[in-house]
Design a binder for this molecule. Sequence first.
Ligand code: 13P
Length: 340
Amino acid sequence: MVASGKGLLAIDESIGTCDKRFAQWGIAQNPETRRQYRQLIAETPRLGESISGVILFDETIRQRTDNGTPFAKVFSGLGIIPGIKVDTGAKPMAGFPGETITEGLDGLRERLAEYARMGARFAKWRAVLSISDGLPTQGCIEANAHALARYAALCQEAGIVPVVEPEVLMAGAHTLETCGEVTERVLRAVFRELHSQRAMLEGMILKPNMILPGSAGPIQENLARVADATMECLLRAVPAAVPGVAFLSGGQPGELASARLNAMNVRFKHRLPWALAFSYGRAIQEPALRIWHGDPRNTVAAQEALQHRARCDRAARLGIYDAALESSHSSREEPALALA
Ligand code: 13P
């Protein structure tokens, strides 16, 4: 999953989230358009050069491509490991206004067994923490950390690798320092719970946020500062037994997500006990979705855009990303675009 030069591609948007993104670009929202879009991704040439694994949603793992092949089988045939999102979403947490607890533990053992039969070899569970006045509370951090650890233990029992995702959201006007403090507190709680639930650290991937200032704040920190703050936090809080860290993009533009991952790999590659990879959703998919527009005439251009972002992230993973890579692609992107 964290093989050299590769990372994960998250295409596990729930039906609601996927429809919201489709609506933004005027794409019809139904099971068939969602299937066509995921097929476009699966048929992107040479995706396996940059992508080691793909995270699917329940609907997608039950769907098939035009020729009748289930998605999990299509991806494994390409050398891309199929994974599955198994949480059932972040719900308002009773007694904790403004905070959420991620649900999905009930019946998880049985669901994991079914997903394993369908070909899933890893899973994802996302906890969500927000920063604002007095938040996140310790109660919310601990409840989410506990659920992540119970999930991880159940995955390992089923022979499925857990991707453990405690996401501290970018929303807000907080500083980079506050994001660092909160993320460190969250990661410490997560690893405490993983230990207490007897999860095997060697058999998991951590999917954290980068340390960034809030998206509503005035300051855009430079690449080196984000890289240093993120690595300082992770080096303190993530045990060396964990084989890989794969960042979420959290709404960062694709170019920035590549440049920041690259800066971390360049500045820290000789000091890191774990592989430093990506598990991006929006940062890889956004240009492709915008270009596709639900129109088959745009499929090839959309696939090129997807392949381009995946390649940039491959370069970032290797510490050889350069902004010049972006301009060499964008000149090819627009002429092919046919708008309905
Ligand atoms: P983003 O990279 O768009 O944040 O999505 C990654 C993900 O899987 C969130 O759970």
